[in-house]
Design a protein around this ligand. Structure first.
Ligand code: CA
Length: 650
């Protein structure tokens, strides 16, 4: 259906440049339920703008569109010369590695052809509007010229912006300064969220990362982008007053190598910019827009099996990278009925390639597969952890992957990438594509967010791209505010893609003896709740061998069987920065509700149980115990979630 539609649109583009001359200045693309619409207008001075309206409320004010390219400045002096017929697009698909299993959508799409001041084609723009999302992307044309046609260009700047209404508050992450942080590995999307801050700041001076959440006076709005592959760079947002503008990577990223401006082979589409809108947070948390708009880039070379993994590093750190302790973690994974062990940095020297083969064989004998850590570099950082120099260049990478395949390794964790340049995005894609040929799954760390990658690359597992569990090992402050992150990551960071958090710690302290190191302030039920709330098809949980005897049996039993792949999800209630309750449905159809409270005081609330049947017996995990409850006639339950605590109902 969609392929056919795209063919039709491509042919009208050519015709449009000939027909032209309609000079209309106002169009509307409306959602199937008629409630959400994109309004496309031309200003008197020849700028093309769009706005987003929900019912009668403007949730995005008139916002500029346009591109400044190496073959022409297409930002002003523009005219809308053709509008295609509005078309309804339907699609349904399934993912094995996504936040849910079955997806379907219905949207209206319309394309507008824009001419520049010389009456030549500048760009086309397609708007895609479903009941909760507006998305748009540009098509940049070839340029006729006397000395021959221009068949390629650089895009030096993009006017695309998101102008939010006065009174909007923000839930966003400041962009990190390139080439700072540990061993020059930034930016890696690891700053703290601003919860409910006013508009007008520009982060730490260099804007904000996607996804960005806003509370306008009438609705919630989430901004992101999808379909970013080696044909473009990834973007961030620069803020001036209430204008959030698409900005390209900074020149200094990736050690200064590679352009900030993406290069295009023409004609070419840009990535989709997405705007998700809801009166509450359900449409944000549950959106599928990131995957609706992209296509699988290659077939899986095999059926990838996901699952739960032990991971020594977050508790025992680099010292645990030795043969005996990794064997201990294989035994732990086997004892828990899990599927994997993630062996982190330095294994190439502290265990060695020959012994790693032996470790992998030992794992296989117990039904446990290994993920191995890799340094992405390369020339763009100073991180000393090995293996180095194995992932950034195709010949070395494929040689390494051949060895990984022979050693029976199941997946990779590639760390310290730290750039959004097109050259870097191409490397992400190359690692994924090569890994698929060798039957390997891929986790990225110190990295960007995925942008539709679950559907585009079937062996993609997750990106870190958040302030995650490693900081709980490094900093007491992160422990003191740990629960804050769980009030936003499940509905914002996980709304747009899989996240490798590596949490659910049952140790009291982040150390091998469980006495020293940073101290966990959250409860054991909180740990279980985040196993449900934080989503990745492969979860690297922080459980340790001592937890089999020193953690409550009900907590360990829960962690034995908690799914990592889910059929569906539902946002139930919450305020980012305060509390959150949502539900995930397992592949058999059973729902689990999980909630957290980050406030300083206990949170008394009624939780909706309408996902269950009246009289159904459920387990309630609360206040450091588990008990059986029955669903009442009203299908609600009143609970008091402790500060830094959680609740789980299943
Ligand atoms: Ca990191």
């Amino acid at each position: 259906m969609k392929n056919i539609l795209l063919t039709v649109l491509a042919s009208t583009v050519t015709a449009g440049t000939l027909l032209g001359q309609t000079d209309a200045n106002h169009y509307e693309v409306t959602s199937p339920d008629s409630k959400l619409k994109a309004v496309i207008t031309r200003t008197a001075d020849g700028k093309i703008q769009y706005a987003v309206v929900l019912d009668k409320d403007t949730v995005m004010q008139p916002s500029d569109l346009g591109l400044n390219t190496s073959i022409g400045d297409f930002r002003s002096g523009l005219r809308i010369v053709k509008a295609s017929e509005a078309q309804t697009v339907n699609d349904s698909y399934s993912l094995t590695n996504g936040k849910k299993k079955d997806f379907s959508f219905s949207a209206n799409e319309q394309t507008f052809s824009i001419q520049d001041k010389d009456n030549r084609p500048a760009w086309d723009i397609t708007f895609h509007v479903d009941n909760n999302n507006v998305a748009f992307r540009y098509l940049v044309h070839q340029r006729k010229g006397r000395g021959g046609d221009r068949m390629a260009c650089l895009v030096n700047d993009e006017s695309s912006e998101f102008v939010l209404p006065v009174g909007t508050t923000t839930y966003i992450c400041p962009q990190m300064t390139p080439q700072t942080g540990f061993a020059r590995t930034a930016p890696s999307y690891e700053t703290y969220y601003e919860y409910g801050a006013e508009m007008g700041k520009n982060g730490h001076g260099r804007g904000y990362t996607f996804p960005a959440l806003f509370k306008t006076p009438s609705a919630w709005v989430m901004l992101c982008e999808t379909g970013v592959d080696g044909n473009y760079c990834a973007s961030r947002l620069e803020c001036k007053e209430n204008h959030y503008k698409v900005a390209y990577p900074e020149a200094t990223e990736f050690g200064g190598v590679g352009t900030s401006a993406p290069g295009l082979m023409l004609p070419a589409y840009t990535p989709w910019r997405t705007i998700t809108v809801g009166r509450d947070l359900a449409p944000i948390a549950e959106t599928s827009i990131m995957w609706d708009l992209v296509k699988e880039q290659y077939k899986p070379s095999q059926e990838y099996k996901f699952g739960k993994s032990t991971w020594s590093w977050v508790i025992r750190m680099d010292n645990s990278c030795n043969f005996d302790e990794q064997k201990e973690y294989i035994d732990l994974a086997a004892a828990l009925g899990w599927q994997f062990v993630l062996v982190d940095a330095w294994w190439d020297t502290k265990i060695g390639y020959d012994k790693m083969k032996e470790l992998s064989a030992y794992g296989a004998s117990k039904g446990i597969g290994l993920f191995l850590w890799y340094n992405s570099n390369g020339y763009w950082n100073d991180a000393p952890q090995g293996p180095r120099g194995k992932m950034h260049r195709m010949i070395d990478r494929r040689k390494e992957m051949q060895w990984l395949k022979e050693a029976g390794i199941k997946g990779l964790k590639v760390d310290f990438v730290g750039s959004d340049k097109q050259q870097t995005i191409q490397m992400y894609e190359d690692i994924l594509a090569d890994a698929n040929e060798y039957g390997l799954m891929v986790i990225f760390h110190g990295c960007t967010i995925p942008r539709g990658w679950e559907r585009m690359y079937p062996n993609f597992v997750a990106c870190e791209a958040a302030r995650v569990s490693e900081n709980l090992a490094f900093s007491q402050h992160d422990n003191d505010i740990e629960a804050l992150a769980a009030t936003i990551l499940p509905i914002l960071r996980n709304a747009i893609g899989n996240m490798d958090f590596g949490g659910s710690t049952l140790n009291k302290h982040y150390s091998k003896n469980n006495q020293r190191g940073t101290e966990r302030k959250t409860s054991d039920v909180y740990a279980l709740a985040t196993a449900v709330l934080f989503q990745s098809p492969v979860q690297n949980f922080a459980l340790t061998p001592n937890n089999l005897t020193d953690a409550p049996a009900w907590a360990v039993d829960f962690m034995r069987t908690v799914p990592t792949c889910w059929k569906d999800l539902k946002w139930l209630q919450g305020t980012p920065g305060k509390n959150l309750v949502m539900a995930r449905q397992d592949l058999e159809g059973k729902w689990t509700i999980a909630g957290v409270n980050a406030d300083k005081v206990p949170f008394k609330t009624k939780i909706d149980l309408s996902l269950f049947e009246v009289g159904q017996q459920l387990s309630l995990y609360l206040n450091n115990e588990v008990k059986t409850i029955k669903v009442n006639k009203k299908k609600t339950i009143e609970v008091i979630i402790p500060s830094n605590g959680g609740v789980v109902i299943k």
